[in-house]
Design a protein around this ligand. Structure first.
Ligand code: EPZ
Length: 448
C-alpha cells in the first residue's frame, strides 16, 4: 500500500499545468466505441479511472494503445456488448458505456453499478431515458439486459434532474438513433460540450450542448475522430486552493477560466487576488483566508460538488465561520471526520456543514475516504504544522495525475512512500548491523 507523507507550512509558488479532464475523457472513450473506426484522443490523463475505461474498451473488442497522453482506440473490430461485473465495479461511472454500446450494437448487458463512498448513485434517469429511445430492459439479480429490437428511435426526453451521466448516455445512444431526439433539462457541464464536440467530429449532428436543451439528429453511423480533451477544471480548482491555503502564489496555465466560473468569486471572497488572462488563472493568497458565509453546491454553472471537500479544507483555517450546503450527493462529507484529526472545528447536520476557522492545523495520520475527500486531506496537510500521513492514496489516484510530483514542483514537502518497501528497508539495516552471534571457533574472539 502507498501513503503520501507531507511536512506542512511550505508556501506554494509557481506555475502548473493540470492534466486533461477525467470526467470528459471517460465519456469520450465510451464514444470511441460508438464510432466505427480509429479515434485519436489527446490530453487523455493517466488516471486509474481512465485505465479502467481502457480495460472495458479492450474487453469489448476495441484495439487500444496509449502513447503518453494520447490514446488511440480502434473500434472497427468491436464485437462485445457486455461489461462484466468485475470491470463495472472497477469504476462506478462505467455506466456511461451503456449508451455507446446500445448505439453501436443495439443491445447491452451490464450489472447495476452500485453506489460508492459519496452516495447511492442510482441510475433511474439513465434507464428512463433509454426506455424513451425504444430500449427494453430486463433486470434480474442486479444484471441489466438491454435490447432494442426495433433499433433506437429519437424521442423528446425530459430529465427530472440535470444528471451529467444520464445526459451523456442520451447523447451517446441518440447519436445514431433513427430520427431526432430533443433532451430537456440536460446537464450543462463543460464535459457535456466536450463529448458533443467529439461526437460531432465523428459525424454526429448535436446542437445545444452546454445549454439545458440539446437536439440530436440521428445519423446512420459514426467514424473515428481526433480530439483533445479539455483541461480538468476540478484539478485546476484543487491546486488553486492549495495555493490559497499556504499563503502561496500559483498560476494554473492552459485552463478554460469560464470553467472555473463559480470558484473564482469564492476565492476572491476568501481574500485571494485572482488574475485571469487568456488560458491562465493566477492566485495570490492573503496571510490568512477569510471565511465564506454560505456556499451551495449546484449543477453547472453553480458551485461544483466536486470542489466542495477541497473548499471545506481551505475554510478550516479561515478567519470566521463558514457554511456549506451539499445539494448534489447525499453523503459527501466523509472528509469532515478526518479533518477533525488536524484540529479543525467542523459540524455536519444532514447536507449542511458548518466550519469554524482555527488559527492552525496540526499534522495527523489520516485516511482518504473518497477521491475529492482524499485530496482535501492532502490540502490540510500542506497547511498544517508538522507531519501528515495520508493513506488510501488509491482513491486520489483515480482523479489526480502524480499529485506529489506536481505539489513538489510548487515547493511542497511531499513524498509518496510504498509501505511494503519502507518496512523491508527498515528491517534490512538492523540485520546488517546485527553482530554475528554464531559461536566462534576455539581461540576466536567471543562476542560481548
Ligand atoms: C458526474 O457524476 C461526475 N462523474 C461526478 O464527479 C460529479 O460529481 C457529478 O457528475 C456531478 O457533477 C463523472 O463525470 C465520471 P449526476 P454523475 O448523474 O454523472 C442523482 C468526481 O469526483 N442521480 O449528475 O454520476 C445522483 O444520485 C465525480 O470526479 C439520480 O438520482 O452525476 C446525484 O445525487 C464524483 N438518478 C445527482 O443526481 C440518476 O439516474 C447528480 O448525479 C442519476 C443521477
Amino acid at each position: 500500500m502507498e501513503k503520501i507523507v507531507i511536512h506542512g507550512q511550505k508556501r506554494l509558488r509557481g506555475e502548473i499545468e493540470t492534466h486533461g479532464s477525467k470526467n470528459s475523457a471517460l465519456p469520450i472513450l465510451a464514444a470511441a466505441a460508438l464510432a466505427n473506426g480509429e479515434s485519436v484522443i489527446h490530453n487523455c490523463p493517466r488516471l486509474s479511472d481512465v485505465d479502467a475505461a481502457l480495460r472495458i474498451l479492450t474487453h469489448l473488442g476495441c484495439r487500444v494503445r496509449r502513447e503518453g497522453h494520447t490514446v488511440l482506440v480502434d473500434s472497427t473490430g468491436m464485437h462485445g456488448y457486455e461489461v462484466p461485473d468485475k470491470l463495472m465495479r472497477e469504476m462506478r461511472s462505467s455506466v456511461v458505456f451503456l449508451g455507446a454500446i446500445l448505439g453501436r450494437t443495439g443491445r447491452a448487458k451490464l450489472c447495476t453499478p452500485g453506489g460508492c463512498e459519496i452516495g447511492l448513485r442510482p441510475i433511474d434517469l439513465h434507464l428512463f431515458a433509454m426506455e424513451q429511445l425504444g430500449v427494453r430492459l430486463q433486470e434480474a439479480g442486479g444484471l441489466l439486459e438491454f435490447s432494442a429490437p426495433q433499433g433506437l428511435a429519437g424521442a423528446r426526453i425530459t430529465l427530472s434532474f440535470p444528471s451529467v451521466g444520464a445526459t451523456e448516455n442520451v447523447l451517446l445512444a441518440a447519436a445514431t438513433a433513427k430520427g431526432t431526439t430533443v433532451l430537456y433539462n440536460a446537464a450543462r457541464e463543460p464535459e457535456i460540450s466536450d463529448l458533443a464536440d467529439f461526437l460531432n467530429g465523428c459525424g454526429a449532428h448535436i446542437q445545444g450542448a452546454g445549454d439545458s436543451t440539446i437536439v440530436i439528429d440521428g445519423v446512420p453511423r459514426l467514424h473515428g475522430a481526433n480530439h483533445t480533451v479539455i483541461p480538468d477544471r476540478i484539478a485546476a480548482s484543487t491546486y488553486l486552493l492549495a495555493g490559497a491555503m499556504t499563503q502561496g502564489r500559483i498560476c494554473v496555465k492552459d485552463v478554460v477560466p469560464a470553467h472555473l466560473g463559480a470558484l473564482l468569486p469564492v476565492l476572491r471572497e476568501m481574500g485571494c487576488d485572482m488574475t485571469v488572462s487568456g488560458r491562465w488563472v493566477c492566485l495570490s493568497a492573503p496571510p490568512r483566508l477569510k471565511r465564506v458565509k454560505m456556499t451551495r453546491t449546484m449543477p453547472y454553472p453553480g458551485f461544483p460538488t466536486d470542489v466542495q471537500a477541497l473548499l471545506s479544507a481551505a475554510l478550516t483555517i479561515a478567519d470566521g465561520t463558514s457554511v456549506i450546503v451539499e445539494n448534489i450527493f447525499e453523503s459527501r462529507y466523509k472528509h469532515a471526520a478526518e479533518l477533525l484529526r488536524f484540529g479543525a472545528k467542523i459540524s455536519v447536520e444532514g447536507r449542511v456543514e458548518v466550519i469554524e476557522g482555527v488559527e492552525r492545523l496540526m499534522g495527523a495520520p489520516v485516511t482518504a475516504p473518497d477521491l475529492r475527500g482524499g485530496f482535501a486531506l492532502v490540502l490540510a496537510g500542506l497547511a498544517a504544522h508538522g507531519k501528515t500521513v495520508v493513506r488510501g492514496v488509491e482513491h486520489i489516484d483515480r482523479g489526480y495525475e502524480s499529485p506529489e510530483l506536481l505539489l513538489r514542483s510548487l515547493g511542497a514537502d511531499v513524498q509518496r512512500i510504498c509501505e511494503d518497501e519502507e518496512r523491508a528497508t527498515q528491517k534490512k539495516p538492523a540485520d546488517a548491523e546485527k553482530p554475528d552471534v554464531r559461536p566462534q571457533s576455539a581461540g576466536g574472539e567471543e562476542n560481548r
